[in-house]
Design a protein around this ligand. Structure first.
Ligand code: FES
Ligand code: FE2
Length: 361
């Protein structure tokens, strides 16, 4: 694990008019950012079934234990490296399809089919796993370095929509820079700021700030913005008289590729549970219409960004003073963000993914 990587590369020691600025170090070099990554929709993971998903430089399995709790483990059997997503759930263990070694929920091999003692180091990587807002999340590291992104209102008090939103051929840390790219909010998304935000609370793993702006279809609002790690953004605001919560989070996959998921939410109101049946129904429909409006807003931003993202070749080249102050703050944060290599050997299939990745020992 590298705790203190600087994720920028100097392309030249002396500045030249004909060279661009510093390159960003891609994800996968020095590991992947130590983030909570959303892997899939929680409803996709059925009890008693194994599911395989691409994750960072490789693959993980996702399943539910007998108590319904979701767990994420590295996908390749510690015996001969067979993909365990082709295996099965047997009671509270998962079984490799080849020689039927059984792994418990922590990833420890506990039994072999022929009764031989499992090698003590036959253990899969056990990712810290959470289920929240209809998503399964896994942290890239042994212990989470920050709390799972949430809203300031408990999940059970919210009505929300969660969906797969986009697939973009760039690393999450670059994709999510667009939140603090205030120029593009104005030019591309037609935002009108009361004034550009210039006070940013920068922590080790989060950035928070407030912005007052008008957006097409949503109108005017003051938003509390938080970047959680380098792959998730939450917005808290009041839109059209309702508390409104938006989250976008991205999974990093080798490519580069980011799969994003969006959550759009509002607080359940008293009027949706009290009063006449008709008024309750009306209020529930209004709540539903509101989160659909917010969801459509998020999708519109994704659709406007998407073709642009596909053309970008970003460098830290010429930022524009105050207009790019927020973006510079994000780049300083993201380029010194810690990366972890801890799981990368256990999740990769280097036999399939390219012989050049296999070191001869
Ligand atoms: S490869 Fe999995 S048990 Fe042998
Ligand atoms: Fe955007």
């Amino acid at each position: 694990m590298t705790d203190d990587v600087t994720n920028l590369v100097n392309t030249t020691s002396s500045e030249s008019r004909f060279q661009r600025g510093k390159r960003f170090v891609p994800q996968g070099v020095n590991g992947y950012d130590e983030n909570w990554y959303p892997i899939c929709l929680a409803k996709e993971v059925k009890p008693g079934k194994l599911h395989g998903f691409k994750y960072l430089n490789g693959k993980v399995i996702v399943f539910r234990t007998h108590d319904g709790k979701a767990q994420v483990l590295s996908a390749y059997c510690r015996h001969l490296g067979v993909d365990l997503s082709e295996g099965s759930v047997v009671g509270s263990t998962i079984r490799c399809p080849y020689h039927h070694w059984d792994y418990d929920q922590t990833g420890q091999c506990v039994k072999t089919a022929i009764g031989a003692e499992p090698p003590p180091r036959a253990k899969l990587f056990e990712f810290p796993t959470r289920e929240s807002f209809g998503l399964i999340w896994a942290y890239n590291g042994e212990e989470p370095g920050y709390d799972l992104p949430v809203f300031p209102v408990p999940e059970h008090e919210l009505e929300y929509i969660v969906c797969r939103a986009s697939e973009v051929p760039m690393d999450p840390f670059m994709l999510f820079s667009n939140t603090m790219d205030l120029q593009h909010l104005i030019s591309l998304h037609k935002a009108k700021f009361d004034s550009l935000p210039d006070k940013f609370e920068v922590g080790e793993r989060t950035i928070s700030y407030s912005q007052a702006m008008s957006m097409p279809k949503l109108g005017h609002s003051t938003q509390q913005v938080t970047c959680h790690g380098t792959n998730c953004i939450t917005l808290v605001s009041e839109v059209k008289g309702r508390e409104t919560f938006m989250m976008s989070a991205g999974l990093a996959i080798r490519g580069p590729l980011t799969k994003t998921f969006n959550v759009s939410a509002t607080r359940r109101t008293e009027a949706s549970t009290c009063g006449s049946v008709l008024s309750q129904m009306r209020e529930r429909l209004a709540i539903r219409a509101h989160i659909k409006l917010v969801d459509a807003f998020g999708k519109r931003l994704n659709a406007e960004d998407d073709p642009i993202f596909r053309t970008m070749s970003p460098r830290m080249d010429r930022l524009a003073g105050n207009a790019d102050k927020a973006l510079k703050t994000y780049f300083d944060f993201a380029t010194s963000y810690p990366r972890s290599t801890i799981a990368q050997d256990l999740i990769c299939n280097d036999y399939r993914d390219g012989a050049q990745r296999i070191e001869v020992v």
